[in-house]
Design a protein around this ligand. Structure first.
Ligand SMILES: [Zn+2]
Length: 268
């Protein structure tokens, strides 16, 4: 079965350009350098999974023509604001899909932090205007590495070290998405082994001392174990110009860009 995986956004927390039209080292004339915050859509014929709802979520869904009612569930990687703070736009989807609550998944620590910040979405507000629109599903600690199913898409959650917190990566058939991540342990690498396409946070670029994000050399080293045929680096900062990256990266490794569509397969 075929999956269509669309990079809704590939920018780091600031986006490119950052506020003030700050392009850093990026060429403003290369449209692939215009980056919204990280998010992903994974779609089968009948199911659409969104991974993270950053501040650009509404624009991203409209840009890719993903209709509200088609959204089956949201998986959260972690609770940082650049991955979460478009969450209120799930209210529009709730109303468009006939007031059916939207299933959201993530680690216990992730969902408790998000629901602490956006309690009205989970519990309902004080008046009818704010019903509870989200239904939280905590992925239990012992379920990491075990597949669960959303619609007709099997999802394997993978625990990752994001430096200051734990994050969840997700594998869908022969495709995996690891954002945000500093370090992958052996268990994570074994769960990722054999994917054909791997999308991974490389926001630290050439700096191995960044606390929260992987740098490119670490990604190359991890992929010696994973052996993905194609690696797409995401969470790109204003210091990471598309053409420069393309020239610097080894064969089989590519910078992501907003709107990039990747095909994946699962099952038989
Ligand atoms: Zn983060």
């Amino acid at each position: 079965m075929t999956l269509t995986c669309t990079i809704l956004g590939c920018g780091n927390s600031s986006g490119v350009p950052a506020v003030g039209n700050y392009w850093g080292a990026c060429d403003p004339h290369d449209t692939r350098n215009r980056r919204t915050r990280c998010s992903l859509a994974v779609q089968s014929e009948t199911t659409t999974i969104i991974v993270d709802t950053g501040p650009d979520f509404r624009e991203q869904l409209n840009r890719e023509n993903i209709a509200g009612p088609s959204v089956s569930a949201v998986l959260y990687t972690h609770a940082h604001s650049d991955h979460v703070h478009g969450i209120d736009d799930l209210r529009s989807i709730y109303y468009q899909n006939g007031r059916n609550q939207i299933d959201v998944y993530g680690k216990g620590c992730t969902l408790s932090e998000i629901s602490g910040r956006f309690n009205y979405l989970f519990e309902g507000g004080n008046d009818e205007e704010y019903p509870a629109v989200l239904r939280a599903h905590v992925i239990p600690e012992d379920a990491y590495g075990q597949p669960f199913v959303v619609g007709d898409i099997p999802v394997v959650p993978i625990e990752m070290d994001h430096g200051t917190c734990l994050a969840s990566g997700y594998r869908f058939g022969d495709f995996a998405y690891c954002v945000d991540v500093k370090r992958l342990d052996h268990k994570a690498l074994d769960l990722l082994a054999g994917v054909k396409t791997w999308v991974v946070d490389g926001a630290a670029y050439k700096n191995p001392n960044k606390i929260m994000h992987a740098h490119l050399q670490a990604i190359y080293d991890y992929n010696r174990h994973i052996k993905a045929e194609a690696v797409y680096v995401t969470s790109l900062s204003a210091q990471m110009d598309y053409k420069t990256l393309e020239a610097e990266m080894p064969e089989g490794v590519y910078p992501a860009f907003d709107g990039l569509v990747l095909e994946a397969f699962y099952g038989s």
